[in-house]
Design a protein around this ligand. Sequence first.
Ligand code: SOE
Length: 376
Amino acid sequence: MKPLNIGMVGYGFMGRTHSNGYAQANHFFPCEYKPVLKAVCARNKEKAQAFADNWGYESVETDWREMLKRDDIDAIDVCTPNNLHKEISIAAAEAGKMVLCEKPLAMNQADGEEMCQAVEKAGVKNMVWYNYRRVPAVTLAKQLIDEGRLGRIFHYRANFLQDWTINADVPQGGAATWRLDAEAAGSGVTGDLLAHCIDTALWLNGSIKDVSAVTETFVKERMHSETGKKEPVKIDDACSFLCHFDNGSLGLFESTRYARGHKALYTFEINGEHASIRWDLHDLHRLEYFDHADDSIVRGWRSVHISDGEQPYMKNWWVPGLNIGYEHTFIHQVADFLKSLETGEQMHPSFRDALETQKVCDAVLDSAAQRAWKDV
Ligand code: SOE
């Protein structure tokens, strides 16, 4: 087996999901390439060492620039807050490393464009961790749409609802709450949650032409972990937008961190001329499917349990009837990346694909700020 030596920058929640993906992929998806956990990099050496010990990283670095100098590292996994994605990704590409970057790609479209140019100029493999594409039920939705089973698409509806920032005492900034700090995150729910919905939508339903959005920041001031003072909150707590897709369908998207009772409810529904599909992250191994061609006396929504070997990814897992979950999306993403190294095919979503999502996010935020429709 050929080693793929990984150097990871950052070690938070996403560091864990990716590390698990690297550890598991070869067990279930045989491939020429095998990830080797060479180094994890973080400013706090003790914490990085504890992470390395837990996940089996061979070494620890405290300066990512030092990691880029190492000849024993092939790929850099960027798991930092969003404001560091650009600098690290560009430097990694210039050092000839493959770059696997957490979502969203960048703080904005201009930065994303520079990142695309850097990886393309260096000719290095790249991908962005929009993991929900690789939920088997979502991949099956793609297959059904590509087979034409839905026919002409009329409506695309998506929500991503959470409730973890309702308490005004949650600070902005800091390891666990940098997503509330505009300096670190760029935006709020738009870049964090809607970006997932947009990535899936562009993949399933094609490009978005224009958007009309509204955002709200419900808690106007929060303690900043760096200054220790209450500072204005500059991220969007909630964002909803309407859009036209280039295929003529209408889109309706909503995201918030203020939907009491919802921790991470990502749902979408797509209505076509012949059939509709809907999916719900809290029941992620099911795809609901309504086919108008069914015999009318039994016509209705089917709840398809995704565990059969003929369904995407499932032949590599247990036996029919036994389902898999959230962490497997990252295992699938690693497995597909390793396969792309073997076949030489382009991995998706690439930096370029993720730039398309970034463009929609920017248009959404501009639209909300200017109270106007915006072309993407
Ligand atoms: C935010 O709470 C978050 O962890 C996102 O950052 C992830 O991308 C999403 O998958 C789950 O929610």
